[in-house]
Write a protein that binds this ligand. Structure first.
Ligand code: BGC
Length: 377
């Protein structure tokens, strides 16, 4: 492969030398030592897309949408799902490198495990975009595109404050907090966003956590993390908390769930414990607007979700791939937040949106994320 110019272009952009970078890039290309393949037709360009698992609805949507966009732009693509297994994801990436990928788009399972395979990618001048989840501890990550993960958690926390009227109500309310998979860099941001809003009310005593599973600080979030974001594990954990700490008529009032897969399991545990939709049903948060959860929201079994329109993430990443291949300036809007332990990765952040039962139709149906039929509307 002869795409050395791409790394050079990347370096120029990330160094902040935006002015004149286009000219610099094309110079690089024209004078590339081996002639470069600046004129490579799109169909000579291979983009490897590595997704974590098919078991969660969102990744299926993400993969299919990005693949379709890139193929629509006439790029060759290879789309692989790794069944949430780190070794499988590494093998799939090695295959993509051996097939001559020009760009890798990776949503890592464990953001800390890809260092060696990315060394291989770097040695072939492959540009790497971390998709939705950051890749840590490696200098060989060129870009990151995601939703504002801290904002997701903040929205969940603020929704809880509003629903319980925590500023005015005396409380105390019983809260059970959950966090995402300990190996997912995003989970830390989700928790911090929510806990920065909620912890003052815990400290004040308006929110109490009967299970005791209230992290002492944001850094302690992994203590309540659900490995692999599993619905079953979340259900088991919630059942355990209800059975062990909610005797004698005590009710849970609010559950901070970082995403929909956990919320699905938590709702099951609530149902199993006799909680029925209605005014006394606990506030239950989520994220992703997965179909089953939106249906649960309409049925009164989940209060809100934070919708990340994954089509916009795919659109943005497809755009970035095009910019990389063309040697154009790659668009980012955050060059401060996402430090992966080795470098701050230039990032494009997209805005998440709160969806409640009242806004399902205007947000999710009007935008054609779902049809009214999908939701039984
Ligand atoms: C994503 C969430 C998703 C979770 C589980 C996170 O990294 O940002 O949207 O719910 O992984 O797949």
């Amino acid at each position: 492969m002869s795409l050395g110019w791409k790394k050079a272009a990347t370096g120029l952009v990330t160094a902040g030398l935006l002015v004149g970078s286009l000219a610099a890039c094309s110079q690089e290309r024209d004078s590339g030592s081996d002639g470069g393949d600046a004129s490579a037709a799109p169909e000579e360009t291979l983009v490897g897309i590595s997704m974590p698992t098919k078991s969660l609805e969102r990744w299926n949507r993400d993969g299919a949408h990005l693949d379709e966009l890139l193929q629509g732009a006439s790029y060759e693509t290879t789309l692989q799902y790794a069944d949430n297994k780190v070794d499988q994801q590494i093998t799939q990436l090695e295959n993509m490198i051996n097939q001559g990928a020009d760009v890798l788009v990776i949503a890592p399972i464990d953001g800390t495990t890809l260092g060696p395979v990315l060394e291989q990618a770097a040695s072939q001048d492959i540009t790497v975009i971390a998709y939705d989840r950051l890749i840590n501890d490696s200098e060989n990550v060129d870009y990151y595109a995601t939703f504002d993960n801290y904002e997701v958690g903040k929205m969940q926390g603020e929704y809880i404050v509003e629903q319980l009227d925590l500023e005015n109500a005396a409380g105390p309310f019983n809260l059970e907090p959950f966090a995402g998979s300990p190996d997912d860099n995003n989970a830390k941001f989700f928790f911090s966003g929510a806990w920065d809003v909620l912890k003052p009310f815990v400290d004040e005593g308006k929110l109490v956590v009967p299970s005791g599973k209230a992290p002492a600080s944001n850094d302690d979030w992994q203590s309540i993390g659900i490995q692999g974001w599993g619905s079953d594990s979340a259900q088991a954990e919630m059942e355990n908390r209800l059975n062990s700490f909610y005797g004698g008529g005590q009710q849970v009032d609010v559950i901070l769930s970082p995403n929909d897969s956990l919320a699905l399991g938590i709702a099951q545990a609530l149902a199993g414990n006799g909680y029925a939709p209605g005014p006394d049903y606990p506030v239950l948060t989520g994220q992703d607007a997965d179909l089953a959860n939106v249906q649960n929201m309409l049925a009164g079994k989940q209060s809100m979700t934070v919708w990340k329109d994954t089509r916009t993430l795919g659109d943005q990443v497809a755009k970035m791939v095009g910019q990389i291949i063309e040697g154009d300036e790659v668009q980012v809007n955050d060059e401060e937040t996402y430090d992966n332990g080795v470098k701050v990765v230039p990032t494009y952040l997209l805005p998440p949106v709160v969806v409640t039962p009242d806004t399902v139709e205007s947000s999710l149906v009007d935008s054609e994320f779902y049809t009214a039929d999908d939701l039984g509307l």
